[in-house]
Structure formats: C-alpha cells, structure tokens
Design a protein around this ligand. Structure first.
Ligand SMILES: [Zn+2]
Length: 419
C-alpha cells in the first residue's frame, strides 16, 4: 500500500550492519528518555499534502503553518526584553497596540500588586502580547533568545511568558538539546522528524496550563535560538514539516539513548501496545555495556527503603540475559519484566522498571549476579528502549538515509508533510 512502509525492506541492509563493530562511549542523553501522558494526546488528524515515503531527498516543503505554544518563563517577577528588529506591545483583549519598541531597546517588565509594570509604569489589563515587526525577529527574553510572538499573562503577583512559535523553529530549539549537533546529518534529520512528531503528540500535555509544551524533559528540552547550530538548522530545513503518522495521526515517536541490541515492545513495558513500537534489532554487538555493583547490605537497604524488605538475602531469581529471547522473567527484547528476590523474611517480586528506578540502572536489559559480597548488575543500552535508539540512528546514518532510519525504528509508519 502506498505510503505504508515495511521494516522487511531494510532486512538486507541490517544484515550488512550486523557485520560492523562500533564502539561508543555512552553519551549522557538521559534527557532523551521520557514517559508521556497519553490522555488526549495527538488525536488531531493530519492531512498529507505530499507523500515522501521512500524518498530521502525530497524537496523540502515550505515551512509549515503549524505553530506551538511554549510555556517559556513561568511565575516571573522581573524580566528584561529586547529584540533585534523592533516589536509592538499589544493589549490582548482589545488587540490595541499600546506602543512600539525600537530595535535593541531593553524593556523592564515587573509584576506589581495591581498587575504588570512596563519600565516602571503600570499596564491596565490581564494579558498582553509582544508582536515582532519582522517575522524573522529574534527576541532576548531574560537570558535566552527566541523567535515568534509572546504572551505576557498576569498570574496573581507574578507573570508568565508564553512563546508562540512556528513548529519548525521550535524543533530547531529542541534538536541539539536531544541529540549532539555534531552527529551525522541523517541522524539529526531522523531526530528532527521524531521531535516534530513528538511535539504534535505532546500538544495536550499542558492544555489546562494555557500552552502546549514546557521546556523540560517532561515534554522536550527546549533552548530556543541559543540551541540552534548550522547542522540542526540544516536538519530541520531539509525535513521541513515532515512527521511520522500512523492511521492518519501523528505517531508516538518515543526515543531513547541506546537500545543495547534490540528495542523494546511498548506493550511489554507499559501493557498497551501500538504496532510500530515493537522490538527491532539493532547492532548484534552488545553496545554500550555497563556494570554497576552494590554491597549486599546496601542492596538490601535500598530494597527496604522501596518497601521491599526481604530480610537476609537468600537468592535472586532471574533467567540469564539473551538479547531477543523472552521467558517468564524477560520481555521479547530480553529486558527484565520481573524478578524475585528471596530473603529470610519473604520473597519480593519486582519489575525491571522497579529495579531500574531503585538502583539507578541505565536500562532493564541486564543480568544480575552475587559476587564476593556484592550484587553486580551488568547490562546493555541506556533508556527505556522504546522507538528510536539515538546511538543506533547515529550508527545507521553512516550508510542509511533518515527516512530509512525512521522506518527501521517505527515500522509501518508513514512519513508525511504537514499542510
Ligand atoms: Zn511538559
């Protein structure tokens, strides 16, 4: 079916990759991993203007008309604002332009008991907009630089600054926060599409807050213009407006740092699956192995603090790790689904996620052993393992285009261009 992609078409290429050994230092990309709230997320239908499936070098679309509202600065008492091309101060309810501010002129905005103070003068109204005179205008808001327009919203005795920005400008401000800008362009392009799609899915996260996304790992880390580099701009521009869809809706483009050999099934991890978040093979080489150990007493203490006091340790019940092999203790990718710790008082059953959280493990793709009075965890990968592996994407980018990388990690999704 046109527009649908099959992971099978990549099989031959994957085999080629399995023959290549890569060594990576584990990068700290913990920010990439997140758990999203699905209540109402991403339900809006997407109209495809242009199918780009299977063609990595399509002509970039003009910037999408989509915008996103970012909760930029919340609960502020004092913010300095300036711009490079000038802007207007507009009273939001009436749309009346109160004043225009020349380029490179700083304005001091403060919260007062009766509302906002503008260079020390009180403003009448509960919300205002800062509207650029030129769409390419860059504002300095506090310490950072941002595009778009801004809503100033009085909240009690403080105020919020909410940025309304073109979706692709937002993706520009996210990309280098989520993946090193020095990585291969095709990996950055894959990440740009994943980030753009994820942003659309995230739009319901902060509906009750009056904006779409926050600037932290809860949504995606966003640094505005200061985060952009020439490489991230190229990655965003050459994939302008492109998102992944499934059944006509933005796909849930979760991503993580490193799969360690195989990605995870959403159903196995969260009990509720989607057809494109299923285990796919990465490098057969066990990438980014990690090991961490705890003195037995510390191990038991951490368990007790988590409400799993088993008494003196007797044995740890868990099957050995084989990547891609499931059993009563492991998911289809080989990650720990459950394990049992037997003690003198009781036996405690814990999920892999429980263990990861209690012991701060990089992933749930691990083995555990008792050795010389210590409990040793030895595992692979970093993150929850769902969707795209960023280290995997970087490896594949050496000889694969971004759309093929996306097809590998999100099989059955369609690459489309937003209207
Ligand atoms: Zn958020």
């Amino acid at each position: 079916m046109a527009g649908k992609r099959s992971g099978n078409t990549l099989h031959g290429t994957s085999v080629f990759f399995l023959c290549i050994v890569f060594f990576f230092c584990a990068l700290n990309t913990a920010a990439a991993e997140r758990v999203i709230d699905f209540q109402g997320a991403g339900r809006s239908a997407v109209k495809a203007q242009q199918r780009v499936q299977g063609k990595a070098d399509v002509m970039p679309a003009p910037p999408s008309s989509q915008e996103i509202r970012v909760g930029l600065l919340l609960g502020q008492k004092h913010v300095l604002v300036s711009s490079d091309t000038g802007f207007s101060l507009v009273e939001n309810a009436s749309g009346k332009v109160l004043m225009t501010i020349a380029p490179h002129t700083a304005v001091e905005i403060e919260s007062g008991k009766m509302g906002l103070l503008w260079n020390g003068e009180p403003l009448t109204g509960a919300s205002f907009r800062l509207v650029p005179q030129d769409p390419a205008c860059v504002f300095q808001i506090g310490e950072g630089h941002y595009r778009g327009s801004f809503l100033l919203r009085v909240q009690g005795e403080s105020f919020d600054v909410i940025e309304q920005v073109a979706l692709d400008d937002y993706v520009n401000g996210v990309l280098a926060e989520e993946m090193p800008a020095s990585w291969h362009l095709e990996a950055l392009k894959a990440q740009a599409v994943a980030a753009r799609t994820y942003a659309l899915r995230s739009k319901a996260h902060h509906r009750s807050d009056g904006y779409d996304v926050c600037t932290t790992t809860h949504c995606q880390v966003y640094g505005g213009v200061d985060s952009e580099t020439a490489a991230t701009r190229t990655a965003v521009q050459t994939t302008a407006g492109q998102i992944l869809t499934y059944a006509g809706e933005p796909a849930e483009t979760l991503f993580h740092s490193d799969s360690g050999g195989m990605t995870e099934s959403r159903e196995a991890l969260w009990g509720d699956g989607v057809p494109y978040l299923v285990p796919v093979e990465d490098e057969v080489q066990k990438t980014s192995p990690w090991q961490t150990s705890f003195a037995e007493a510390d191990f038991l203490k951490k368990l007790a603090v988590a409400g799993k006091d088993v008494g003196a340790l007797q044995k740890i019940e868990l099957s050995p790790l084989v990547i891609g092999k499931s059993d009563a203790y492991r998911t289809p990718s080989g990650r720990v689904s459950r394990m049992v710790i037997h003690g003198s008082n009781r036996a405690a059953t814990l999920t892999g996620s429980d263990m990861r959280s209690i012991f701060g493990l990089k992933s749930t793709l691990f083995d555990v052993r008792r050795e010389k009075g210590e409990i040793v965890f030895a595992g692979f990968g970093s993150g929850h393992g769902l969707g795209m592996s960023q280290h995997g994407a970087e490896r594949l980018a050496a000889s694969m285009k971004y759309d093929a990388i996306l097809a590998h990690y999100y099989p059955g999704t369609t690459l489309e261009v937003l209207p």
